[in-house]
Design a binder for this molecule. Structure first.
Ligand SMILES: [Mn+2]
Length: 436
């Protein structure tokens, strides 16, 4: 079938070959082989359908045209990613160091990895994954987040000859750890639900890879809207087991509402993960809630689930240092921690580039410290950073602050790797000038 279409659609098909499985014939298989593409996943069992059974209203009202030759085009990936080379991280930069304004943009100018074999061969600690989702919030912007961060690497010099230590700790995560840019997850830009499965597949693919010390590669997902947290967290519980991972959820909003009946959005993923049993409510810790949502009923629901929460009202009453210590203590009790960081947890004075800003949030010093400490003092096995919408900020301010949030976490993971997991570690050299 595909071959017959080629005269008319050669360019499109060569760039984006796709056909739904039920229409693939032998000719098509041969052609796909020639082109070196394969569907990202086929026939995998996800919880989605089971969850839907109780919610008949979520069936799509507008059916999709499965005969469209471009149906599913977005989820095909090249099948020759390791052809003609040894597995391992690939340095794609011409120069051994660089600035934010030159070079080929990758997260922090890191080498690229394309396959699990690359992660394994490189004994990679952290793999960044871009996920350019936008539909989960109902209006656009967060899909620009990953590449904004890629090009913002040069807020500071980045890697190789020019990487620098985090000043407070004097630890350089780029020297201590092997990190890579794992590229982007496929996204269907018109469907959160379909995208979820592809992202989950990719996150699991990263988290499954075992390192030489017995730990697993840490997926570090850069979004994208917050609907991503469902596949991000389901992807790690696929590896670590349902009920074995605790989530620290930084956000102005509690994200457990089925808005307009949608079960897949940037505001419903918490409820879905708890309902499906990925994360028991008691293993949920929310930080930074404020504004006008959740309401009383929602707080009641959170209590029923056994969730722990630290809204900004508590910060006002007890002060940030006390709340910070409680969050760290709760995180340390967990065997595995996933951090889901909505950038709107920070005050819009510092991160205005986000879809649903809410005044009264964390200050940079508070955000940087808690992120570094959590990543050093608890066993973080996955992180996502979501809702950075750089086009809503005509300056570099939002991306700069979010870049720093990521770097603080990397510093924490590097500290832990070096065996430094004591409370609030800072180098004596940088915190004390040596005079009495
Ligand atoms: Mn939010």
């Amino acid at each position: 079938m595909l071959r017959k279409l080629i005269p008319a659609m050669a360019a499109v098909l060569l760039a984006m070959p796709a056909v739904h499985a039920q229409h693939v014939d032998e000719d098509d298989v041969a052609l796909m082989k020639e082109l070196g593409v394969k569907p990202l996943f086929e026939g995998e069992e996800f919880d989605t359908d089971e969850y839907r059974e109780g919610h008949p209203n979520v069936q799509p009202t507008i059916p999709m045209d499965r005969d469209d030759p471009l149906y599913d085009v977005w989820k095909f990936v090249r099948d020759n990613l390791s052809e003609g080379r040894e597995p391992g991280p690939i340095d794609i930069q011409r120069q051994p160091f660089g600035f934010g304004f030159n070079g080929i943009p990758t997260f922090f100018r890191l080498p690229v990895a394309l396959t699990p074999a690359d992660l394994k061969a490189g004994d990679v600690d952290v793999a960044f994954l871009g996920a350019h989702t936008d539909m989960g919030m109902g209006h656009r912007g967060a899909s620009q987040g990953p590449n904004a961060l890629r090009t913002a690497a040069g807020d500071y010099l980045s890697w190789g000859l020019a990487s620098m230590s985090h000043m407070g700790t004097l630890v350089n995560p780029f020297a201590v750890m092997t990190m890579v840019d794992y590229g982007d997850a496929p996204v269907d830009p018109l469907s959160t639900d379909r995208t979820n499965e592809a992202v989950r597949h990719m996150v699991r693919e990263i988290a499954e890879v075992e390192r030489s010390d017995g730990s697993h590669v840490i997926p570090f997902i850069i979004g994208g809207d917050h609907s991503l947290a469902y596949p991000d967290i389901a992807g790690v519980t696929d590896v670590y087991g349902k009920g074995n991972v605790s989530v620290i959820h930084f956000d102005a909003h509690y994200d457990a509402t089925m808005w307009f009946g949608h079960l897949a959005s940037h505001g419903s993923w918490v409820k879905r993960l708890i309902s499906e049993g990925h994360i028991p409510g008691k293993d949920w810790i929310q930080v930074g809630l404020r504004g006008y949502y959740p309401d009383a009923d929602s707080f009641e629901w959170m209590r029923e689930q056994g969730m722990r929460y630290h809204p900004m009202a508590e910060v006002e009453r007890r002060g940030w240092p006390a709340v910070l210590e409680d969050v760290i203590k709760e995180a340390k009790e967990a065997e595995y921690i996933f951090i889901s960081w909505d950038v709107d947890v920070m005050d819009p004075a510092f991160v205005t580039g986000t879809g649903t800003p809410e005044p009264g949030g964390l200050l940079p010093r508070e955000a940087f410290t808690i992120m570094r400490r959590l990543c050093a003092e608890s066993n973080v096995i996955g992180v996502d950073i979501v809702e950075l919408a750089p086009e809503r900020d005509q300056t570099y301010l939002s991306t700069m602050n979010v870049n720093r949030v990521v770097r603080e976490c990397l510093t924490g993971i590097a500290l832990r790797k070096q065996g430094i997991d004591e409370a609030d570690y800072l180098s004596p050299l940088t915190t004390d000038d040596g005079r009495d």
